[in-house]
Design a protein around this ligand. Sequence first.
Ligand SMILES: [Zn+2]
Length: 250
Amino acid sequence: MSLYKTKGIVLRTHKLGEADRIITILTNNYGKVSAVAKGIRKTKSKFGSRLEPFTHVDLVLYRGRSLDIVTQAEIINSFSSIRDDLDRITYGSAMLDLVNKVSVENERDISLFNLLLKGLDVISQSSRNLRLLLIAFDIKLMAISGYMPKLDYCAVCKKRAGAKLKLSFEQGGIVCNKCSALDRNSIFVTPAAIETLSKLIRLPLSDVAELDIMARIEDELYLLVQDYVSYYIQTTLKSRECLSQLIHSH
Ligand SMILES: [Zn+2]
């Protein structure tokens, strides 16, 4: 029997046929997995709401020829407090979507799994500092994906950069005034924002929730990191556009 067990976090679901859904899951052992949950849209389905986005589940799957099939699902944490709050849903969805974009089918990435689990855990417990948490989540995700920005010296000439700095997407780090002259994919960044960004990379997410950062610096970092992410994934995610609308409406 080709049954296998894994833990996973539901990233998204799609309708399939009359009564089924395709569930996209980030698993701790097998990377991203897409699997069919048969009959899940029937009122008496054995799955109930166990395979909704955000849910951390214990799964038994059957390895199918094209798509796998979910045979059992038990909730570890439903993260229902995320789903009950518009701000938390919006920030949580931004996390799920980015993870869905960067994760690879059947390629184990335990750092990514642990980052997402931690991110959901922190926003499920408090609505404080959600935007700062997302900035920290994004930059940590970039770092574990191999795009850790170099922030200590100019990425081109390796000199300690002066006061006028830019973050270069192409170089993956800060560049000095001289080296940035020909770099079109770079934007000005203040020393305070760079210092805060290093702190966000270093600190665990649970500590980021407790930080007090000046609004001006957070605004700057939010735009900077969104652009940094978009440059590397080569697109702007729809959930991020919703997020910008939410931020402007506050
Ligand atoms: Zn330089």
